[in-house]
Ligand binder design. Structure first.
Ligand code: ADP
Length: 254
């Protein structure tokens, strides 16, 4: 892959008959952090899955480094893009194998990734450390631990593009700081696409694309979008109300 610019050009896609992505065009420049936001069901996850070629676009195209992703081998695409948090799967294997994923890597590299993902310490505290078996019949990880293993896996994989679905990223706030730190390590120097369900985490994105029922409604930085007073500003206002309401309602933010 020559570079990691991602470009969607007039992308349309339907699961069944009805289009859920409608003529979407956008650019994600190499090295930038781009966020995709929009109401639930607006097509955010679908776009991230189209980039991974879970499905192919119906019309239009998606290119990475100027080449249509349909022209890359599955292997190249897999090595180029890391997906984090979408259905993180823990295999019935050791912690070590769950991070290394049977790739030809050194023990040092695996531990280094685990340290960067802030999970080395909790792994050492497990009954058999890195050899502790996970999954069915094995040691059960908490939600936050699972997420950090997913980050370690992605750090080790070191793909130049990271697509992050934060749906569950902070779903349980346990060790949120460790999770944020690990994520920062993962995203450093990468081309990042964040599928954001909470707007707080993407305020600093270089560009935010706002989807509405499968169409691109608007784009810009956080401030530009607030100034436009459109859908994003509306979602932002709703979110703030909800958070205030939750705090008043006594939901623990401690
Ligand atoms: P978002 O991530 O913004 O919540 P999605 O991309 O998950 O939105 O969904 C967009 C639309 O596609 C929704 O109407 C959803 O119901 C539909 N959809 C998502 N996944 C599937 C699927 N596997 N089969 C059929 N319809 C789907």
């Amino acid at each position: 892959v020559p570079n990691c610019d991602i470009e969607l050009s007039h992308v349309t896609f339907a699961y069944n008959q009805e289009d859920v992505i409608k003529d979407v065009s956008c650019k994600i420049p190499q090295g930038s952090v781009t966020a995709l936001v929009g109401p639930s069901g607006s097509g955010k996850s679908t776009i991230s899955k189209l980039i991974a070629r879970f499905w192919d676009v119906e019309s239009g195209s998606i290119a990475i480094g100027g080449t249509d992703i349909r022209d890359y081998t599955a292997r190249t695409l897999m090595d180029t893009v890391a997906f984090v948090f979408q259905d993180t799967y823990i295999f019935a294997e050791s912690v070590y194998d769950n991070i290394a994923m049977h790739r030809d890597v050194s023990r040092e590299a695996v531990e280094q990734a685990a340290k960067a993902a802030r999970c080395h310490e909790f792994i050492l505290s497990l009954p058999d450390g890195y050899n502790t078996r996970l999954g069915d019949g094995g040691h059960k990880l908490s939600g936050g631990e699972t997420q950090r293993i997913a980050i370690a896996r992605a750090i080790l994989k070191d793909a130049p593009i990271v697509v992050l679905d934060e749906a569950m990223a902070f779903a349980d706030a346990e060790n949120e700081l460790a999770l944020r730190e690990g994520m920062a390590e993962l995203l450093q120097g990468k081309t990042v696409l964040m599928i954001a369900h909470r707007l707080y985490s993407i305020r600093d994105a270089d560009c935010i694309y706002v989807l509405d029922s499968g169409r691109l409604a608007e784009s810009g930085t956080h401030q530009e979008l607030l100034d436009k007073n459109g859908l994003y500003a509306h979602l932002w206002a709703i979110q703030n109300e909800t958070e205030v309401w939750q705090m008043k309602g006594g939901v623990s933010h401690a």
